[in-house]
Design a protein around this ligand. Structure first.
Ligand code: ADP
Ligand code: MG
Length: 340
């Protein structure tokens, strides 16, 4: 029985701890894409290249032109709970980077073949580290970082079984890339799949980028929104009812640059559309909420997709009224133009 075969309590080996954590952080190829893109954004990159093979299962390579990692720190980048982004609890509470848990690269490396190549601006050359054995060697390449993740879940067959088709996994990867593309129109992004170019977005402004990413239906039926109250800034575009969808697939909310899926925010926007949209339609929108980091807790879930606001009621009201006002104004103007 389980009792008679009881074994002594032992700490788990490091590699196994990372693999257990990976179950949470690295659900599918898209999770890898999300984590690597967040690191690239945090590094200050202005250009990102994403190369996927077989829906990301065979390979996910992301190259950025950001600040890079000094060669002597490369081993730490792959270590669990090692991060350059926070050092104290106080810094956690005011964190503005997308990452801070120091967990992603270690988790991904524990379920794939990962190499990390990086070069800081002042380094004579790039250095590559192989996560498998920690071996380092000089490498070619300009300033910035390239993470190459191959054969995801090669060593965890149970997890591999849950993967869907190549097209489905690719779709999820593209979802993640679109989020970053919308949050950061100032970053140029290119995407390849199986060697073929899929997307190429030049650095631009939010109006151009949202049109490129969400398409013409949205671009031709959207209203700009820009509201500030105290230290809170809400801006972006809300789609007119004609841009509404049968599925909630064009709803993007970013809090301090982080894509979130938050009940409170979704409800606030939904309520604002109440008078102009049928119940079975879903509004399309891209909204960004910037506020002091202390006013929001992003450390609610490892995926950081949920957040908690300190003043949740005030945030709900602000979002509701701002969206409602823009929609009502437009409806009023349409009414005027019909009358005149
Ligand atoms: P976190 O992002 O939470 O710090 P990660 O495991 O994702 O944890 O990354 C560990 C560290 O490696 C980061 O804190 C950062 O210093 C470095 N790093 C990872 N990716 C990049 C990158 N693309 N550019 C520069 N530094 C990076
Ligand atoms: Mg990270």
């Amino acid at each position: 029985s389980a009792l008679s075969s009881r074994r002594a309590i032992r700490p788990l080996p490091d590699q196994l701890v990372s693999q257990i954590a990976a179950g949470e952080v690295v659900e599918r190829p898209a999770s890898v894409v999300k984590e690597l893109l967040e690191n690239a954004v945090d590094s200050g990159a202005t250009q990102l290249q994403v190369r996927l093979e077989e829906g990301g299962v065979r390979r996910i390579l992301i190259a950025d032109n950001g600040g890079g990692i000094p060669a002597d720190e490369l081993p730490f980048a792959l270590m669990r709970h090692a991060t350059s982004k926070i050092a104290t609890l106080g810094e956690l509470e005011s964190v503005l980077t997308l990452g801070f848990r120091g967990e992603a690269l270690a988790s991904i490396a524990s379920v794939s073949r990962l190499t990390l190549t990086s070069r800081t601006a002042d380094a004579a050359h790039a250095t590559q580290i192989d996560a498998d054995n920690g071996a380092m060697q000089p490498a070619a390449g300009g300033a910035g970082t390239t993470v190459d993740v191959q054969h995801l879940y090669f060593n965890t067959p149970a997890r591999r079984k849950f993967l869907k088709t190549e097209q489905t996994e690719l779709g999820h990867c593209l979802d993640m890339i679109r989020r970053v593309a919308l949050a950061r129109p100032d970053i140029a992004i290119s995407v390849h799949h199986n060697g073929k170019p899929l997307e190429h977005w030049n650095a631009s402004d939010a109006a151009v980028r949202t049109a490129q990413v969400l398409g013409n239906d949205f671009a031709q039926a959207r209203l700009p929104l820009d509201e500030s109250a105290d230290t809170v800034h809400l801006y972006g575009f809300v789609g007119l009812p004609t841009a509404s969808r049968g599925r909630p697939d064009q709803q993007y909310f970013f809090v301090n640059g982080r894509f979130v899926r938050d009940k409170l925010l979704t409800h606030a926007v939904r309520s604002a559309y109440q008078d102009v949209l049928h119940g079975d339609r879903f509004p399309a929108y891209v909204l960004c909420l910037d506020l002091p980091p202390e006013a929001v807790d992003v450390n609610v879930h490892p995926s950081k997709i949920e957040v908690r606001f300190r003043e949740s009621r005030a945030i709900h009201q602000l979002v509701y009224h701002a969206v409602q006002r823009v929609l009502a104004k437009q409806a009023g103007e349409q009414g005027d133009s019909l009358r005149t």
